[in-house]
Write a protein that binds this ligand. Structure first.
Ligand code: PHE
Length: 342
């Protein structure tokens, strides 16, 4: 019996076989237990000899089982170590990194240039009441400028008596909000999304503007001109720029000017500050007295200038991008081509 089990245990190839052997040999109904039961029929002398022998056999089988079990576990571990190894010296696979969207990069850049000139960043809602978007900016209902804005109107059910709202068509309503919130003097920019129902190579229904507003007791067009020149030098990274102030009309500024930048196109890239072309980059003017009044600022004491720049537009100019719509296509090949993604 002893030899049978010791040999079988030594030859067992896995834990399941080992467990079967344990049950057969030293389990409750195993062969050793059967032999123990026979002790009862023996004479006391025989029992004194056989009892200890059977106990010793049981111990021996149990320790053989335990030894074999740990040997099997060691072998399994060795096998895993042999097959599941990693070569930590292999070069890692390249990981593509996300990058900041070009419009966000340009917005950051614009904000930091104006921060250097003492302008803080202000914000307003993208769903704006038509009072802030139009009336307060001296664009009453029926004013032709309302039609020119290609406005998206928020739907209202019959009986809804909340004031009418629109998707803001420009960042100028933030002028009014800033005036009401902080009073004069003011020096802010307001970058953000604006919406107009328009779509072609140079227009998308959502685009970005940055508004500028400076109000104090002795602000003039001369301050506006310097701030814009300083901005263009920093943004286009040139030593000298030339701006052309072209008389224009906005209901919320008087006088109003559209500002063009002297430039030229050389092999598809823009050269700023030289050449015979003029590129329109923004609208501006002195804040209309009615607009100051709507913002609770006394127009007899304070004046200010305001301007609005198309962020997407100056980003296209700076990076030589011909189609504005590409900014919103999320095409990685395009982003990589312009160096906006890795
Ligand atoms: N809000 C004007 C636009 O969207 C731009 C502008 C801003 C003009 C401030 C003058 C002053 O076209």
């Amino acid at each position: 019996l002893r030899q049978k089990y010791i040999d079988a245990i030594a030859g067992a190839g896995d834990e399941a076989t080992l467990e079967d052997l344990r049950v057969q040999a030293v389990g409750k109904k195993g062969e050793v237990a059967l032999k123990m039961r026979e002790l009862g029929k023996m004479t006391p002398e025989e029992r004194q000899v056989m009892g200890p022998k059977l106990n010793a056999l049981k111990d021996e089988i149990n320790s053989a089982l335990a030894a074999k079990k740990s040997a099997l576990a060691d072998a399994a571990l060795d096998e895993r170590l042999r097959t599941e190894w990693l070569d930590v010296t292999l070069p890692s696979r390249p990981q593509r990194q996300g990058t900041i969207h070009p419009i966000s990069q340009v917005t950051e850049e614009v904000s930091s240039i104006f921060a250097d000139m003492g302008f803080a960043v202000a914000e307003g809602p993208q769903i704006e009441s038509d009072w802030y978007n139009f009336d307060a900016l001296n664009i009453p209902p029926e004013h032709p400028a309302r039609q020119e804005h290609d406005t998206f109107f928020m739907h209202r059910d019959a009986g809804d008596n909340r004031p009418p709202h629109v998707l803001r068509t420009h960042t100028s309503p933030v002028q009014i909000r800033a005036m009401q919130a902080q009073g004069a003097p003011i020096r802010i920019i307001a970058p953000g999304r604006v919406y107009r129902c328009d779509y072609d190579q140079t227009h998308t229904p959502m685009f970005h503007q940055v508004e500028g507003l400076a109000i104090d007791k002795d602000i003039s067009m001369a301050n506006l001109k310097w701030v814009l020149e300083e901005f263009c030098r920093a943004f286009f990274e040139v030593d000298e720029v030339e701006l052309r102030f072209r008389a224009s009309h906005f209901p919320f500024t008087e006088p109003s000017a559209e500002v063009d930048l002297r430039c030229s196109w050389q092999d598809g890239t823009l050269k700023v500050g030289e050449g015979d072309d003029w590129m329109e980059i923004l609208g501006s003017g002195m804040v209309h007295p009615k607009v100051l009044a709507a913002g609770n600022i006394d127009p007899d004491v304070y004046q200010g200038f305001a301007f609005g720049v198309g962020i997407d537009r100056i980003a296209m100019l700076k990076y030589g991008i011909p189609d504005l719509r590409a900014f919103f296509d999320s095409d990685l090949r395009w982003l990589r081509h312009y160096g906006f993604a890795s």
